[in-house]
Each structure stands twice: as structure tokens, then as C-alpha cells.
Design a protein around this ligand. Structure first.
Ligand SMILES: CC(C)(COP(=O)(O)OP(=O)(O)OC[C@H]1O[C@@H](n2cnc3c(N)ncnc32)[C@H](O)[C@@H]1OP(=O)(O)O)[C@@H](O)C(=O)NCCC(=O)NCCS
Length: 183
């Protein structure tokens, strides 16, 4: 079963001639994935990860994904403008059907529908790879992320109070889930 073929989306809006492609990421994309991820870290509402990641850090992360956990990228011409990934949720066999989501859009491309396209494709890949559910963990301050997840039909599971530290202060973390089987 092949899930790696590129897919063309767009034009995404009237009066817009931009055409995005979404495809499986390759090792050559890691520098761009790193750059976009570091923008998310700098923004301070996307992730608790700190400090910024090196390409080496992200290469290890990328190589750990293997066959079952796709990393996909969105391109606009030759430019990588966003990425999404399914990550292992737990090493326990009972949770084999659960994947954890990451999604990052380049700062200058946000709010224009790219997140929706990446989510649509990563959910399709999740089904192809036999996952039953996607879960995600988001900072409660991340309103853009929340709007996207709501729109994609994710359900709020709850909020971990003071779950992790950001800039030295404990912050709350929102947990959401979506059953993807048969969708
Ligand atoms: C969260 C994120 C992935 C959403 O991707 P996106 O391409 O901006 O999302 P979309 O354009 O598909 O928009 C989804 C919704 O959020 C709104 N939105 C997202 N970003 C916005 C922005 N910067 N300004 C205004 N609205 C925004 C869109 O209008 C849309 O709302 P609607 O469906 O009610 O119209 C992106 O903003 C991002 O990369 N943020 C930083 C990293 C991050 O927070 N990742 C998630 C970690 S949990």
C-alpha cells in the first residue's frame, strides 16, 4: 500500500493562483522542517519545547518516525511552507491505535487554509496506517490551533492543569482527540 505520493491542492481561494502540494517528507526537507518548528517555539504558544532545535536534533526526530508514522510537508513551488506528523503516543501495545499529532505552518503562511489541508492529509494517512485515533496536546493559549482542531472535528478531552513549564512558569495543556477510523 503506497501512501507516499504527492497530492496537489488548490487554488485554495478565488483570486488566488497559489497551488500547494502535499507529499511525504524526505531527509532533504529536514532543514525546512526545523526552521518552521523553531518559529513555533519562538512564538511561545505552540509548544513547551525549548530551546530552539538544531537540524541534528530534528534529523534524529525524523529518523525515529519510520514507516508507520508519516511526516508530510506542504510545498509552494520549491518552498516548504508547512509540515505535519504523526508521532508515537505510547510504547504500550494497547495504545497501538493511537497517534499523536504535530502541525506547524510557516509564519507568513498562517491563517490561509494550509493547516486545514495538512490536517486533511494527515488524517487520511492515519487511516491508511491503521490508526484508530489521533490525540493532540496544545497550550490553552493557542487560539489558532484550537480553531483549526475544532473545525476538523476534534473533541476536547480535558485540560491538564499546570502540566509543563514555559518560560519558567507552569502552564495548562489542552488535550483533544479524534476517532479517525471509518472517516
Ligand atoms: C495552528 C496552525 C497550524 C494553523 O494552521 P493555519 O494554516 O494557520 O490554519 P488555517 O488557515 O487552516 O486556519 C484554521 C483556522 O484558524 C484561523 N487562523 C489560523 N491562524 C490564523 C492567524 N494567524 N490569523 C488569523 N486566523 C488564523 C483560520 O482563520 C481558521 O479559522 P476558521 O476555520 O474559523 O476560518 C498555524 O497557525 C501554526 O503553525 N501555528 C504555530 C504552530 C502551532 O501552534 N502548531 C500547533 C501546536 S498544538
Amino acid at each position: 500500500m503506497s501512501s507516499g505520493a504527492g497530492r496537489i491542492f488548490g487554488p485554495r481561494a478565488i483570486n488566488c493562483f497559489t497551488v500547494f502540494s502535499i507529499r511525504t517528507a524526505t531527509p532533504a526537507d529536514v532543514p525546512h522542517i526545523t526552521h518552521i518548528y523553531n518559529q513555533g517555539i519562538e512564538d511561545g504558544i505552540a509548544t513547551l519545547e525549548y530551546p530552539l532545535k538544531s537540524e541534528g536534533d530534528m534529523r534524529v526526530w525524523f529518523d525515529d518516525h519510520g514507516e508507520r508514522y508519516p511526516v508530510i510537508i506542504a510545498t509552494w513551488g520549491d518552498e516548504v511552507v508547512g509540515w505535519a506528523a504523526l508521532n508515537p503516543y505510547s510504547h504500550r501495545c494497547a495504545y497501538d491505535g493511537v497517534a499523536d499529532l504535530s502541525i506547524y505552518v510557516r509564519r507568513d503562511q498562517r491563517g490561509d487554509g494550509l493547516g486545514q489541508l495538512l490536517m486533511q492529509e494527515i488524517e487520511r494517512r492515519a487511516v491508511l496506517h491503521g490508526f484508530h485515533k489521533i490525540v493532540l496536546f496544545a497550550l490553552t493559549a493557542n487560539g489558532d490551533g484550537r480553531r483549526l482542531y475544532d473545525r476538523r472535528g476534534f473533541r476536547e478531552v480535558g485540560i491538564f492543569r499546570e502540566q509543563g513549564k514555559l518560560n519558567g512558569k507552569y502552564v495548562d495543556v489542552l488535550v483533544m482527540e479524534k476517532l479517525v477510523k471509518n472517516t
